[in-house]
Design a binder for this molecule. Sequence first.
Ligand code: AGP
Length: 609
Amino acid sequence: MCGIVAAAARREVSEILLEGLRRLEYRGYDSAGMALIDNEHNLQLHKQQGKVCELEKAQKLRPHLGCTGIAHTRWATHGEPSGVNAHPHISGQRIALVHNGIIENHMRLREELMAQGYEFASATDTEVVVHLLHRALEGGKSLLKAMQDTVGRLDGAYALAAIDVDHPDQVVAARKGSPLVIGIGIGENFLASDQLALRQVTDRFIFLEEGDVVLISPSTLQIFDQAGAPVERKKSLISEAVEVADLGGFDHYMLKEIHEQPRALAATFAQAANYPGIDECFGAGAGAVFDRVKAVQIVACGTSFHAGMVARYWLEELAGIPCQVEVASEFRYRKRVTHADTLLVTVSQSGETADSLAALRNAQPGEFVASLVVSNVANSSLVRDSDLVFLTKAGMEIGVASTKAFTTQLVGLLMLTVALGRRSSMSEQKQQDVLAALRGLPEYVQQTLELNDDIERLSEAFIPKHHALFLGRGIQYPIAMEGALKLKEISYIHAEAYPAGELKHGPLALVDDDMPVVAVAPSDDLLEKLKSNLEEVRSRGGELFVFADRQAGFKSEARVQVLPMPHCPEVIKPIVYTVALQLLSYHVALQKGTDVDKPRNLAKSVTVE
Ligand code: AGP
């Protein structure tokens, strides 16, 4: 999604800005731009639809130089992807501004500004902000005061950074609802929407808080809170090495990340080896919190929501702990009744998903015992705002389609089940069985990866299709949901998941000889029920693709293809079967020729509502 990089230095910063944008590229965007104040105090602007490398080409052809600048990658919300709608937006040839987020009252502000003679070049919500800033500056306000007044007029979410030719060595910025971090240099300061963009120039950061307005110059750094009072914010030193994005011989990041799962799962579970009590894997004080927990509320989006759905089966069946799961975009706006002693658990690969963050922040004081996040990104907003943290060790995930992040989330949630279960009805033996299954998990995932060629062959049948159904029962239903999401996300085939028992209540009407039906069918307690549901499909001409272990007793025959899965402990089957479905969607997408790693319209980190 949108990315911001800004610099106030005594050296030329265009290459720093471009490198910052490159580091944010994997998040998904459709246009890029950069504005600098040159030595003669003129505003220099490059912006266009397309990739950062196009911006780089433009910069090489017609270099813009300057020591103060802002840059942006845009993921369109208001107004189509185009050069005109790309950021920075400018006003009066003196101010340039970049914005992440959505200004909800932009229509009203646009009318107000147009009535005063402001002309709009773009269809964006952002352009009102730069004109508001211009109006305040022309009215004699300082750069800081102009930004404070401007944000006072805005409803919605924003991270903003702006430069003004009349204040040629300063960048003014503000945040509410979208992340923004200061990078502290020596004789220079920086801003970005993610510290990753600035690791090229510093390892010292200040994560801004809600409502903060900040003014940086090469030698100064001033932060003001929502009320306008100067504040000090905590400085953080981030010293772990930056992971370098590298295909490592694979054709796509998604395929690489699928194949990294044995290592990522082992690394995630290895945290338990350091903390045999498991509690400590969730941070200091986790044990005391867990002692009080009587129920769990999980909130997440997309694939992370599916991880929460799986966890509900584990928490209720293995630990006897009541658990509710809800998508964050609904949870955050719903009037709800929360049972006493409930633990709020957010699940988020990026730790920056706007709806999940809002769900956490909207929790009423005292509503939950504590908040816990399962995330893959240390220092992310959700990690910083939560009481307890489980960090998955998936490593950087570049592919928009989440793979290793999902399966490592499941490991974290199963470890949480054990941590809570040992305080309730989970026997010592059961706890040991689960931990032993987790220890063996990488090997079963490796065996599943070795089915790659069989899955590739099976995937061919999906190429001409426009629709697909995914079926599962019990804990495999969320895995069917995840399989359907993966397929639609990267192959653009419309796919829906149903708990197989629901088929006859409607979706069966869709089944004909043109409808592939994928069944997640390991041998388990619900297998016979699932088999009856699959017969309903067969007798209506549907073509079945069954992912099952030998013990389930399926045989390939006319209109039934069985993919023989490894037989593994029951509790880890959801994780192992997920891997096969990831490979299925990858191969379908590959043969359809879609952009596997950057599917259309999607972004890696969804920082807008
Ligand atoms: C997964 O393949 C998707 N790209 C998407 O559903 C994702 O899981 C969702 O946006 C939530 O992201 P998060 O885990 O970073 O919060």
